[in-house]
Design a protein around this ligand. Sequence first.
Ligand SMILES: Cc1cc2nc3c(=O)[nH]c(=O)nc-3n(C[C@H](O)[C@H](O)[C@H](O)COP(=O)(O)OP(=O)(O)OC[C@H]3O[C@@H](n4cnc5c(N)ncnc54)[C@H](O)[C@@H]3O)c2cc1C
Ligand SMILES: *[C@@H]1O[C@H](CO)[C@@H](O)[C@H](O)[C@H]1NC(C)=O
Ligand SMILES: *[C@@H]1O[C@H](CO)[C@@H](O)[C@H](O)[C@H]1NC(C)=O
Ligand SMILES: *[C@@H]1O[C@H](CO)[C@@H](O)[C@H](O)[C@H]1NC(C)=O
Ligand SMILES: *[C@@H]1O[C@H](CO)[C@@H](O)[C@H](O)[C@H]1NC(C)=O
Ligand SMILES: *[C@@H]1O[C@H](CO)[C@@H](O)[C@H](O)[C@H]1NC(C)=O
Ligand SMILES: *[C@@H]1O[C@H](CO)[C@@H](O)[C@H](O)[C@H]1NC(C)=O
Ligand SMILES: *[C@@H]1O[C@H](CO)[C@@H](O)[C@H](O)[C@H]1NC(C)=O
Ligand SMILES: *[C@@H]1O[C@H](CO)[C@@H](O)[C@H](O)[C@H]1NC(C)=O
Ligand SMILES: *[C@@H]1O[C@H](CO)[C@@H](O)[C@H](O)[C@H]1NC(C)=O
Ligand SMILES: *[C@@H]1O[C@H](CO)[C@@H](O)[C@H](O)[C@H]1NC(C)=O
Length: 586
Amino acid sequence: MLRLIVLIAFLATVALCHNRRCHCRPYEPCWPSDSRWQALNNSIHGNLVAVRPVGYECHDPAFDKTACEEVTAMGRNSTWRAAHPGALQWQNWEALPAANQTCYLESHRPLPCGQGRISLYSAMVESPEHIQNVVRFARRHNVRLVIKNSGHDFSGRSSTPQSLQISTNKMKTITFFDNFMARNTHGAPVSYGSAVKIGAGVLLKDLYAAVGAKGLAVVGGLSHTVGIAGGYIQGGGHSFLGTWKGMASDNALEFELITASGDLLTVNEYQHSDLFWALRGGGGGTFGVVASVTVRTFSDVPVERASLLFQISTENGTSFWNAIREIHSHLPSLNDAGGAGYYNIVPNSPQTNGTSVSSFDMVLHFLNRTDQEVVRHLFTPLVLSLRKYVGDGVFLAVDSYSQTRELFEEYLHNGSDTTGGFIILGSRMISRDFLAREQGPSRLSMALSKLRQEPGDLIRGHVVAGGRVAHNITYTALNPAWRKTVTHISIGHGWNANATLADQKAIQANITNRELPILKSLEPGKMGAYLNEADANEVDFQTSFWGENYDRLYEVKQKWDADGLFITRLGVGSEDWDEEGFCRIG
Ligand SMILES: Cc1cc2nc3c(=O)[nH]c(=O)nc-3n(C[C@H](O)[C@H](O)[C@H](O)COP(=O)(O)OP(=O)(O)OC[C@H]3O[C@@H](n4cnc5c(N)ncnc54)[C@H](O)[C@@H]3O)c2cc1C
Ligand SMILES: *[C@@H]1O[C@H](CO)[C@@H](O)[C@H](O)[C@H]1NC(C)=O
Ligand SMILES: *[C@@H]1O[C@H](CO)[C@@H](O)[C@H](O)[C@H]1NC(C)=O
Ligand SMILES: *[C@@H]1O[C@H](CO)[C@@H](O)[C@H](O)[C@H]1NC(C)=O
Ligand SMILES: *[C@@H]1O[C@H](CO)[C@@H](O)[C@H](O)[C@H]1NC(C)=O
Ligand SMILES: *[C@@H]1O[C@H](CO)[C@@H](O)[C@H](O)[C@H]1NC(C)=O
Ligand SMILES: *[C@@H]1O[C@H](CO)[C@@H](O)[C@H](O)[C@H]1NC(C)=O
Ligand SMILES: *[C@@H]1O[C@H](CO)[C@@H](O)[C@H](O)[C@H]1NC(C)=O
Ligand SMILES: *[C@@H]1O[C@H](CO)[C@@H](O)[C@H](O)[C@H]1NC(C)=O
Ligand SMILES: *[C@@H]1O[C@H](CO)[C@@H](O)[C@H](O)[C@H]1NC(C)=O
Ligand SMILES: *[C@@H]1O[C@H](CO)[C@@H](O)[C@H](O)[C@H]1NC(C)=O
């Protein structure tokens, strides 16, 4: 009898512990009743919605031809995906293929629609007060919470199964300051000059339009629909304006933050400076919900833009990779001269006549300059050395722009980014020191030539550091590797809706186990990856994404969110939780 009582007591303890260690699931008694959800809805002015995946009406039994055609027509529209609580930008993060829960727009009608990683409810908040009410509700009821802004995250951080979503998409306020005044700990004003306060749901395209109309410039990314106040700036935020003015996060002056306790804090250099440090590089979805960020603005300036391209027959592989070596040996000096931008290496583009070409294209921007001939001259040594390998087919143009605004208009003239596919990335930052070394450029070129070269595969280089990123270091949680970087190199592989789980796993495993080790071996134990454009299964992500800053980030996380209300995949503190952040482990 006694043994039975002891056993029952033991089992009860296990059950209790288990409950406390996991978030509440919909079928459990702890799940909020309908009237409680209704009360939450009332507290946020009726902005709570029950969510289905966007493909719901494309599958039986809910199939509806007209509705399905309507969503399918929008399926590649990133503005629509940002606003829709049942969508992410990449369909792989909407689904749980291993649990047979998919609801792809393209998959067969008889295949049932699974909820996958789409939240059950979305709070489409309109104010900091709404966010406070949702956070307090999630905390009280132990409901798994997730924050979605644009839903662009490449590692699935903005969706998670059986959760309540905070969608920031409706928070679109943009406010300009001629002279932004932050308050210090004593309430005294500190002046920072011209700045803009950006609501959590503002997308880059709308920000550039507002800033450009005022004759101003701001450090932001190259996308229509990435949201600046969310994962972008909290992850660091790179830009072709970065070499000129620093990372986006270096230019953040103040955040409004709702913490796990539901408090609304002003976070700046003086107030809650530990959070101010962590929010600039520590990653989105981890320290609380950002309601707004205030960043520096600059007078808009003229730009010289150099475009360089060449292509040769894929058969001439040696010549192509020699040319890629030349590019990388000239990159440090071009970046030192202020050049910032992007390049694409496409080793294998099949042509209609059955042949294949290998091509390279690059744009580098020189901010606040009008000396076109001087900029052209910077490229002369590179062009001469490229001719040795690719003949006369090297194209170089230098174009003058009177403002960055014109560049953004050119780059973002389409309505929105094209998204909606299935994609996984891998990336690595390469240091200036490495490329300045005798064998550096040839070792890099050799490594790149060993990456996958299926038709259309593309290697992208981002020349977005150096300059102010390297020389005017702000004390933030940003991966210290950024300060030494000359190029951040990324690869991406996709698949189709009909790919089997085994196919998907093979593509992902190739990046993690075959391709990334090739890049990592260049600077073993050094440098790292950009957390916003990295492998979703990054090995030892803490070191890759934050290097020596990780321990302090973990402390800040424990101080402000010990219970783990804000856990994302590959986020600070996520190692204490299972894959989806649902149950504590260990
Ligand atoms: C087309 C495209 C272009 C890109 N270009 C660039 C570029 O030029 N430079 C660059 O640095 N990166 C770029 N990126 C990467 C981009 O920074 C990441 O995708 C980033 O995660 C997007 O942040 P988001 O808030 O828009 O997305 P989401 O997926 O909505 O959010 C990302 C993460 O931030 C969290 N989060 C969102 N909002 C908040 C909030 N208000 N408070 C707290 N946490 C929040 C989410 O929970 C999630 O963890 C690009 C991506 C794409 C798809
Ligand atoms: C929340 O309230 C609004 C307005 O009353 C209503 O339209 C909506 O359906 C409610 N949401 C839920 C999940 O009940
Ligand atoms: C994309 O979606 C947005 C928001 O729903 C809409 O305003 C826009 O017209 C759409 N663009 C296209 C090309 O359909
Ligand atoms: C997934 O669901 C489909 C459709 O119901 C079914 O045919 C298939 O057997 C399921 N697969 C697994 C692994 O459960
Ligand atoms: C652009 O360069 C001029 C001249 O060097 C300088 O005075 C000005 O401050 C620069 N503009 C910005 C926004 O940095
Ligand atoms: C490619 O290689 C062939 C054979 O070596 C050579 O004849 C040809 O000139 C090369 N083409 C270029 C563009 O380098
Ligand atoms: C094939 O087409 C490319 C351009 O698309 C051309 O440069 C090349 O000479 C063609 N090759 C043959 C063998 O016709
Ligand atoms: C713009 O849209 C067109 C047509 O949809 C597409 O072909 C093109 O690649 C897009 N350009 C950019 C820069 O996205
Ligand atoms: C940035 O660093 C350079 C070189 O160290 C220095 O000359 C310059 O004054 C710094 N600028 C700012 C704004 O700190
Ligand atoms: C999968 O889908 C792609 C594109 O929709 C199609 O080209 C391919 O033939 C399909 N494969 C199978 C096995 O159905
Ligand atoms: C994985 O990489 C190997 C070697 O490059 C390649 O042969 C194979 O096709 C790749 N598999 C996938 C699924 O990408």
